[in-house]
Design a protein around this ligand. Sequence first.
Ligand SMILES: Nc1nc2c(c(=O)[nH]1)N[C@@H](CN(C=O)c1ccc(C(=O)N[C@@H](CCC(=O)O)C(=O)O)cc1)CN2
Length: 287
Amino acid sequence: MVDRLPARLVLKLACPDQRGILARLAPLLAEHGCDIREASVYGDPQSAMFFVRMELVSPDRTLHQLEEIVRPLADTMARTWSLHTLGRRMRVLVAVSKAGHCLNDLLHKWQIGTLPIDIVGVVSNHPTLARTVEWHGLPFHHLPITPDTKPAQEQAFRGLIKDSGAELVVLARYMQVLSDGMSAWLGGRCINIHHSFLPSFKGAKPYHQAHARGVKLIGATAHYVTADLDEGPIIEQDVRRVTHATTVDDMVAMGREVEASVLSRAVRWHAEHRVFMTNGRTVVLRS
Ligand SMILES: Nc1nc2c(c(=O)[nH]1)N[C@@H](CN(C=O)c1ccc(C(=O)N[C@@H](CCC(=O)O)C(=O)O)cc1)CN2
C-alpha cells in the first residue's frame, strides 16, 4: 500500500514558528507533482509553535520517495514531522474492565468501517466481556490484577502491545491506574476516556462526586494518558444537562452515550493524524 501510485498521503509537521514554512513547503511539493487536497495550520502563540497538516495526492512519488524529498527541508524547519498513507487503518489494542459501552461502540464502528482503525485485540482485568469480544472474532486477553501482581500484569500488558503491533492503546473504561513507567512508555499513543468533564471530578467515581456537588452539567473527556491521573492532554470533551432530579444511576446511564461518542471522535482524530501535543495541551486540526 505504501508504494502504490497515486499515493494519498497525510503530511504532519510541528515547527518552531518562523516565516515561510508554507512558502517553502508548497513549491517543493508542487515541483514533485503533489496536489494539496486539504491543508490546516495553526500558529500557537503560547508555545511559539506552528502546526501543519496536509492531505496530498502524489501521482508520481511514493510515500517513501516523498519522505526523502521532503526530509532535508522538514528536518530544517520542524521539531517533528511525519508522512502517512491516508486512510490506512491504525492498529489499536483496546483495554476495558467491566463496563462495555465504549468497547461496543468502538467494535461496531470498526466492523462497519467508519473508524480508520484495525482492532487487534482486547485486554481486560476481568473476564466479563470475553464473549462479546470473541463474538467479533477478536482475541480477548484476560489479565487479572492485584496491587501485588501489578508489575507482572503490566509486563504481560506490554508484551501484548508489542506482539500485536498495536500503534495505539485505548483505555475504554479500563479502571486500573497505569504505572509511571507504563504511562511514559505509552506517551502519545494511549488514549483514555474519563467519565467526567475534566478537570472536575477526577478518580474512579466521578458521577458520585458530580451528584454530591449538585452540578447541572455532566460530561466525558478523552485525553492522552500520562503518569498524572486524569491530567493528560485533552483531545475531546462533551456535556449533557442534568437537574436536581437526576440520580447517580441516571448519570451513569446518560454517560454511556456521551463517553462512547467522545472517545470514538478522539480515536478518529488521532488515527487521522490530526492531533498534536504542545505544552500539556492538544491542537486538533480538523477540516
Ligand atoms: N497513568 C494513568 N492511568 C490511567 C488513567 C490516567 O489518566 N493515567 N486513567 C484511568 C481511567 N480512570 C479514569 O478515567 C481511572 C481509573 C481507575 C481509577 C482508580 O482509582 N482505580 C483504582 C482501582 C479501582 C478498581 O479496582 O475498581 C486503582 O487503580 O487503585 C481512577 C481513575 C486509567 N488508567
